[in-house]
Design a protein around this ligand. Structure first.
Ligand SMILES: [Zn+2]
Length: 750
C-alpha cells in the first residue's frame, strides 16, 4: 500500500511483477555440469568466515510452523514493539540521534520479524493455515497501527525533530522524512495551534484508517481464497501445449483448469486456438471474487476520499501524490496524456498488424478483423513466433536456468562491478530454494544475500515478487545487519531428474525484473534500515526493476545469458536479433495496458471525488466497474460481458493505491537510462550507467525524492512528460547515436 507500513509492509519490501508468465514445458534433457554453465559456488563455511571477518550480522529468519508457534510469536512481538513505542515517547532520550536510531531499529525489527510470517503465508501454508496466519497478521497490524502509527505522541516527536534538523546527518533526516510520510495516513495533518481539537479528529482518522486496512485485507483475501475452475475438452483446448495438458487433472474426458492460477490463465490465453475458449477463460478469470469485492471496493474508495478530505485535499489522488515526482493530479494527468500521445501511433500500428494477421487466418484479407480483448495475447504470441520463425519453446534449450543465471552474473560483474556466487548448502523450506552471495568486485566486500525460490508448489502463491527478509542497518556497535532479499517466482520446474529451463520471453523478463528489485535491495549503500534497499520513494521503486527487465529484450544480453544445454553454444547473433525483435513486438500493447490501468486508477481516485456535485446536479455516480469498462473500451479493448477486472485485481484496491503509474514511470526512466548506456564507447551496455545507479540511486535510498534521484542519475532535471512522449521510438534514437558515434543534440546531457 502506498507509503504505509501496514500490509503495506509490502510497500516497503514486496513488489510484484505484473507481467508474469508461467509456461509448462520443460524439455527432457540431461543434467548440466560444465563449470562455465553454472553460477560460481562458494562453501557455507567460507561464507560464514567472511561474515565473521566483516563484522556482519546475519540472522536468518526462522519460519513459524504451527498455529501455536504463530500465536506465541505474535504475542512476543507485540510486547517487544510496545517497548519500542514506550522508549520513543519517554522523555529520557539523550538526544535527537537516539530518537532516529530507535525509530530505525523499530523498522528493522518489523521487517525482520514479519518476513517469516509472509513467507509462511505466501510460500508454504495451505488454505486453512493461510487463514490463521492472516488473522495473526491482522492482529499484529492492528496493534502496530494503534500503538505505533496511531500514537500521536510519537508523531509529534517526529514532527518536533524538524526543529533540530540541522543536528541530523543526511541519512537521519531521510529516516525522519520517510517515517513522517507513513504516520501521515493515521493522523490529520499535525497542527500545533489546534492541539485540543485535534484529539477527536485524530481518533476519527485512526478509526477510518483501521477500517480501510481491514477492507483492503478482506479484498485481497477474497481474491486469494477464490477458485475459478473450468472443465474443458481436448477440442476446446486445441493449440494448448501437450506438456501443459498432461499435468492437469481430468474428469471423464475433460481437463480441469484452475483459472485463478496465473500460469493456467496465461498459457490458455496465449495458446488456445479457439477464440471462444479464450473468451470463456477471460470471463472466468475476471469474475474471481467479483461479487464479494465490488461493494468492498466502493467502501474502500469512499474511505480513502474521506481521509483525503480530513486532510484538506480535494481528492485522494492529490493526497497520495504529495511528495512524489508528479506532486498533484494535474501533473500526473499531463504525464499520462504525454504517454498516451507518445504511444498511440505504435499501439495502433501493432493493432493493425494483429488485425491483418487475424483476417488472413480467417481467409478474409480485405476487411480488418475485429480484435477482441481475449484475442490480444494469442495474436501477439503468433506474431512473435512469425518474426522469430520459431516457437519460444524451441529456443528454451539455449536457456537452462543455471546458464541464464551465470550469464546474468557475468553481466553484473562486467557492468556493475558486482559478483554473485552461489552458496549451495543453505537449508531452506524447500530443497529447490537457492542462495546467492553478492560481493563488490573491487573490494571483495559482502553486499548482501539473495534467496531465490523459483518453482511453483501446491500451496505457493502464483505470483512473482521480491521481499526483504533483513534490511541493511549499521548498529551502534559498528556491526552491520546484512541485507537479505527473497525472490519468489513460478518459473517452469524441471522434470524429475532433469534441469530447469527459462523461456526467453516473459519468463526471462520477469526473472530480470525481480532480480532488479533484489539488486536494488541488497546493493544498497544506506546504513539505516528504514531507508535502505527497496525502501525508496514509492514512485522510484519500479525503475531499477524496469531497467533490468528491458535487458531481456536486448540481443547482446540474450547472447550473454544463453548457452545450449549440451554444448554451451550461445544463440547466434542473427537468432538473438530476431528474438529481440520478436520480443519488441507487443511492447506498445503492454504500455497501453499500463497506461489504461493508470487512467482507471486516476479516474477512481481523482475525478470520482466530484460525486457530491454530481449528485446535486442529479447525475448518477458511476460505479467503479462502469468507469473501468468505459476507460478500457476507449483506450484499449472492451472486456467481455460479465467480467469485472477491478474486483479480481488487488493492485489498485490494496497495495499500490493511486500509484499504478509507477510501472509506466519506471519504464520511461529506464528507457532513458538505457539510452545513456548506448552512448558509451563500449557498445550496448555501459559500466558507467551501472556505476551511476549504484552511486546515485542505490546509495541514497529512501526519504529522498525521486526527482532528486533522477536528477542525480541524469545530470539535470528529469522531465517525465517529454521522456514519456519520446518513449515509443527507442530503437530509432539508439540507431542515430550509434551511426554518428556521438550524442544526438536532443539527448545531450541525459
Ligand atoms: Zn516490480
Amino acid at each position: 500500500m502506498f507509503a504505509r507500513l501496514d500490509k503495506g509492509y509490502k510497500s516497503l519490501v514486496r513488489y510484484l511483477a505484473i507481467f508474469a508468465v508461467w509456461i509448462f514445458s520443460a524439455p527432457s534433457f540431461a543434467q548440466l555440469a560444465e563449470e562455465s554453465m553454472t553460477p560460481r559456488k562458494i562453501s557455507l563455511e567460507y561464507f560464514r568466515g567472511l561474515v565473521l571477518e566483516e563484522n556482519l550480522n546475519l540472522d536468518l529468519p526462522s519460519i513459524p510452523k504451527t498455529s501455536a508457534d504463530l500465536q506465541k510469536r505474535a504475542g512476543e512481538l507485540t510486547d517487544r514493539w510496545r517497548g519500542f513505542a514506550n522508549n520513543i515517547t519517554n522523555n529520557n532520550l539523550a538526544n535527537v540521534h537516539e530518537l532516529v536510531r530507535l525509530v530505525d531499529e523499530f523498522n528493522a525489527d518489523l521487517i525482520f520479524q514479519l518476513g517469516p510470517f509472509y513467507v509462511a503465508h505466501d510460500l508454504l501454508a495451505n488454505t486453512a493455515q493461510k487463514k490463521t496466519i492472516s488473522l495473526e497478521l491482522n492482529r499484529i497490524w492492528d496493534f502496530i497501527i494503534e500503538e505505533y502509527y496511531g500514537n500521536a505522541r510519537i508523531f509529534r516527536a517526529l514532527r518536533h525533530i524538524e526543529v533540530d534538523f540541522e543536528l541530523l546527518d543526511e541519512q537521519e533526516r531521510a529516516v525522519i522524512r520517510a517515517e513522517i510520510q507513513k504516520f501521515r495516513f493515521y493522523h490529520r495533518e499535525f497542527d500545533e495551534e489546534d492541539d485540543d481539537n485535534d484529539e477527536e479528529e485524530a481518533k476519527r482518522v485512526l478509526i477510518l484508517s483501521q477500517s480501510l486496512e481491514k477492507l483492503e485485507t478482506q479484498f485481497s483475501n477474497n481474491i486469494d481464497h477464490s477458485t475459478a475452475h473450468l472443465y474443458l475438452t481436448k477440442e476446446e483446448l486445441d493449440g494448448v501445449p501437450e506438456d501443459f495438458l498432461n499435468q492437469l487433472t481430468k474428469k471423464k474426458d475433460k481437463f480441469k483448469l484452475e483459472i485463478q492460477q496465473w500460469y493456467h490463465y496465461d498459457t490458455l490465453m496465449r495458446t488456445a486456438r479457439r477464440s471462444k475458449t479464450r473468451k470463456t477463460v477471460m470471463r472466468a478469470r475476471f469474475d474471481i471474487a467479483s461479487e464479494a469485492n465490488s461493494d468492498i471496493f466502493n467502501s474502500i474508495l469512499e474511505i480513502r476520499q474521506t481521509l483525503a478530505e480530513s486532510n484538506d485535499q480535494k481528492h485522494y489522488l492529490d493526497w497520495a501524490l504529495q511528495d512524489e515526482l508528479l506532486p498533484n493530479s494535474s501533473k500526473l494527468d499531463a504525464f499520462l496524456s504525454a504517454g498516451e500521445k507518445g504511444n498511440r501511433t505504435a499501439f495502433l500500428a501493432e493493432r493493425r498488424v494483429l488485425q491483418a494477421q487475424l483476417s488472413k487466418r480467417l481467409g478474409d484479407k480485405k476487411t480488418p478483423a475485429k480484435l477482441e480483448a481475449w484475442d490480444v495475447a494469442y495474436e501477439i504470441e503468433k506474431k512473435r513466433e512469425a518474426i522469430l520463425g520459431n516457437s519460444f519453446e524451441n529456443l528454451e534449450e539455449y536457456f537452462p536456468l543455471d546458464r541464464v543465471l551465470r550469464g546474468m552474473f557475468d553481466y553484473f560483474e562486467k557492468y556493475f562491478g558486482l559478483q554473485f556466487e552461489e552458496i549451495p548448502d543453505m537449508a531452506w523450506w524447500d530443497p529447490s530454494v537457492r542462495t546467492f552471495l553478492m560481493r563488490e568486485k573491487a573490494t571483495g566486500k559482502i553486499k548482501g544475500v539473495q534467496i531465490l525460490d523459483p518453482f511453483p508448489r501446491p500451496n505457493k502463491e502464483r505470483w512473482f515478487w521480491s521481499l526483504t527478509l533483513q534490511a541493511r542497518l549499521k548498529r551502534l556497535t559498528g556491526q552491520v545487519d546484512l541485507p537479505v532479499n527473497l525472490i519468489s517466482g513460478n518459473w517452469t520446474p524441471p522434470k524429475p531428474g532433469q534441469i530447469a529451463f527459462i523461456s526467453p520471453g516473459e519468463d526471462l523478463a520477469t526473472l530480470c525484473h525481480e532480480w532488479g528489485h533484489g539488486v536494488n535491495d541488497i546493493g544498497t549503500g544506506v546504513d539505516k534500515a528504514s531507508i535502505s534497499g527497496m525502501r525508496t520513494s514509492d514512485d522510484f521503486v519500479e525503475t531499477p526493476s524496469n531497467f533490468f527487465e528491458a535487458l531481456a529484450r536486448d540481443p547482446e544480453f540474450l547472447q550473454m545469458v544463453s548457452g545450449h544445454y549440451q554444448t554451451n553454444e550461445p544463440l547466434d547473433r542473427e537468432t538473438a536479433q530476431k528474438l529481440s525483435k520478436a520480443l519488441e513486438f507487443g511492447l506498445a500493447h503492454a504500455r497501453q495496458d499500463k497506461l489504461t490501468k493508470s487512467r482507471i486508477d486516476f479516474a477512481l481516485h481523482g475525478k470520482r471525488a466530484r460525486k457530491e456535485s454530481q449528485h446535486e446536479r442529479g447525475v448518477g455516480l458511476q460505479t467503479p466497474d462502469e468507469i473501468d469498462r468505459k476507460i478500457r473500451k476507449r483506450m484499449y479493448y472492451a472486456m467481455p460481458e460479465g467480467a469485472f477486472p477491478l474486483s479480481s485485481f488487488s493492485h489498485i484496491a490494496t497495495d499500490y493505491a493511486g500509484l499504478f503509474w509507477t510501472y509506466y514511470l519506471g519504464e520511461v526512466a529506464s528507457a532513458k537510462m538505457k539510452a545513456l548506456g548506448k552512448r558509451s564507447p563500449d557498445g550496448t551496455f555501459s559500466a558507467a550507467v551501472g556505476q551511476r545507479l549504484i552511486e546515485r540511486a542505490f546509495a541514497v535510498g529512501g526519504g529522498i525524492k525521486t526527482s532528486r534521484i533522477l536528477h542525480a542519475v541524469f545530470g539535470r532535471n528529469f522531465n517525465a512528460c517529454s521522456a514519456a512522449l519520446r518513449l515509443s521510438a527507442p530503437t530509432k534514437v539508439a540507431r542515430t547515436r550509434k551511426d554518428d558515434g556521438k550524442p544526438s543534440p536532443q539527448t545531450k546531457g541525459l
